[in-house]
Ligand binder design. Structure first.
Ligand SMILES: [Zn+2]
Length: 320
């Protein structure tokens, strides 16, 4: 993997209450977030059913088998104290990307599409920033763990993808905290202190609240609008056209749409051909502190049969 070798520390202590509060023009709600479904679809398997060997916590240079991979050009570390915001659609203060640099972010996973996406990232030795929905994390904890094992950064994106601008502050806090707790329970450790608002609807009180929780907020520079599409080539075209115009950016794609998951391989090929570089994001404090009350609320909702911290490989293994 081509790791450029330097870590840019963004030390940010400013609150973001003065940041732009512009609301984006919203399209239809992404078809994911099936908050009422108790029977999520079965995972799409792109690998054998046998439990995978434990992967290293963070992929290292030697794990990249593809000498022509686009890889990671640099790793950026963010100090989330005070809840800084990123992504020019809402936040202008910390425009940290250089020309031709791209951060890939994926929302609304984990889902049956996750293995497709992970395969594409693996082949190009790329890591990305994920904003899973809490409820989805309870459906597919093993898929979320695969992200963790390969070194992706995992934040959170609420419990059930509600529009927080339509909730009371207490309800909105519960959505935020329960989402983080659910991701933490699925991973076996708390998520990174990064958050993205559903549909980028950012109530000012919740921006302030995240500041008190020292959680960094990700809006976006380049929204693929993939929820309006149905084909991978449309997603690639949308992202590449916007990148060509802006020259760089934090890109928002959805993990749970098949056309988006299938767009990742051709998108990485186009990024490589276009001379773009992938930047990976990490938090200075890699794990946020979830709130015990909400950890308990998620545990209660799941029931005792579904709360286990033991990895599958230590519970089930192929013996013959
Ligand atoms: Zn979302």
């Amino acid at each position: 993997m081509r790791v450029g070798g330097y870590l840019l520390a963004i030390s940010v202590s400013l609150a973001v209450s003065g940041a732009a509060q512009a609301q984006r023009i919203l399209g239809p709600m992404p078809s994911a977030a099936p908050t009422t479904s108790s029977t999520p679809p079965a995972p799409v398997s792109t690998e054998s059913a046998a439990p995978a060997a434990p992967a290293p916590a963070v992929a290292t240079e030697s794990t990249c088998k593809n000498p022509n991979a686009i890889g990671i050009s640099r790793v950026v570390e963010i100090d989330t104290a005070g809840g800084p915001g990123f992504g020019s659609q809402h936040f202008k203060a910390y425009d940290f990307l250089q020309p031709k640099e791209v951060v890939l972010t994926f929302d609304d996973g984990p889902w049956v599409t996750t293995p497709i996406l992970i395969d594409a990232l693996d082949k190009e030795c790329v890591k990305a920033l994920f904003f899973p929905i809490g409820l989805h994390a309870t459906y597919y904890p093993q898929m979320l763990k695969r992200h963790d094992q390969r070194g992706d950064t995992i934040g959170s994106h609420t419990w059930s993808h509600k529009d927080l601008s339509k909730l009371t502050p207490d309800q909105a806090k519960e959505e935020i905290e329960k989402g983080a707790s659910a991701v933490g329970l699925a991973l076996g450790h708390p998520p990174a202190p990064f958050f993205r608002f559903p549909d980028l609807r950012q109530p000012p009180e919740m921006i302030s609240y995240l500041g008190t929780r020292n959680i960094g907020i990700f809006s976006t520079d380049i929204d693929s609008f993939d929820f309006k599409m149905r084909k991978p080539e449309q997603v690639v075209k949308s992202v590449m056209a916007k990148l060509k115009k802006d020259g760089k950016g934090i890109v928002l794609i959805h993990e749970n749409h098949p056309w988006s998951a299938n767009a990742v391989a051709p998108l990485l090929a186009e990024l490589k051909a276009g001379g773009y570089k992938i930047v990976h994001i990490k938090a200075k404090d890699p794990q946020m502190q979830t709130i015990p009350e909400f950890d308990d609320a998620v545990r209660k909702e799941l029931g005792p049969a579904n709360v286990s911290q033991r990895p599958m490989s230590s519970v089930v293994r192929t013996v013959q």
